[in-house]
Design a protein around this ligand. Sequence first.
Ligand SMILES: [Zn+2]
Length: 370
Amino acid sequence: MSYRNILELLKLPENSHCADCGKPDPDWASCNMGVFVCLQCSGVHRISSIGKVKSTQLDNMEHDLIEFMRSHGNQRSKDEYEACVPPFYYIPTEKDVMVLKEQWIRAKYERREFTRDTNSLYAVEYKEGYLWKKGRDNGQFLKRLFVFSESEGLLKYYTKDKHFGPKGKIPIQSLNAMFQGDKIKHPHGLEITCVVDGRTRSIYVYHENGAEIVTWYNVLRSARFNYLKKTFPGTAEAELIPKITRSYTKSGYMAKTGPTQKEAFKKRWFNLDSEERKLLYYKKPLDPFEQGGLFIGSNKCGYQVSEGLNKNSKWDTGIVIKTPEREFVFTCENTKEQKEWLEALREIIFRPMTTQDVTEEARFRKSTKK
Ligand SMILES: [Zn+2]
């Protein structure tokens, strides 16, 4: 009887997705919050002060609990706990790193940040604090003071006392930030990039405390959102939000040959930035700058992508990208990788170019012709 009732509750459209990350078909119940969540999010509910969870498939649900779940549910919880989420705050999906999901859940239910207007927590004009930053030329992470200043439009970091001046300046204008736990080999690893003389500068940081790194991330997102609103006045918020920060669509190793296609294949790390239409390659994943890159235009403007031709058995897992200037050949580590790269590249090539893309293409051509 009780099993049937809980299944009926799960059939309601509002309970068809995890209350926290949106994953379909949640099968855990958070007993104090009255929400249905996925296995991974249920783990956060269990270890935090939010409390008890039960499996809707395996655990016995008493009548009172079913009634409680019925009178709450995912929609009511959303109306209450997500009432005032600032528009720039990053709401994680099931694909995101754990630290983003954990902090979202803790911010929602434990700290109740979004039951009232909490813009002031993240939409700050100034923030300083230390982060562990990877040294530019070695693998060591060193403690650095980071300072964000809205009035200067900069994120700066210092190696010594502030009086000695900043070691690095990252303009909010071209700043991007994305969690990169695997690459940085720390679950709170964050990659922050900006554009310096047409090249992408990457810095790699983390903080031991998950709440602190997610706060930095959302402070930077708030700054980017303000910058975008000022730069593109009159543009709908919904259009600006995807431009606040972006993650690489795909990253991984491929091997590349040179312009004559007779050069030896060299293994390189690639990042595909779909929003910016750029495929960048690096000698090593954590390099501060890319070694080179390609602008990926659209099929209407002379760009093509295809599987490698069988000129050479090595090209079986190959990818050929034709740009108006030349042909690039890359080989993937296996056919699964090849398929994923092709899909990701095709998504860009079949997407029409905006006027901004056309300007960027011209600038990119000029800078790579040096
Ligand atoms: Zn979830």
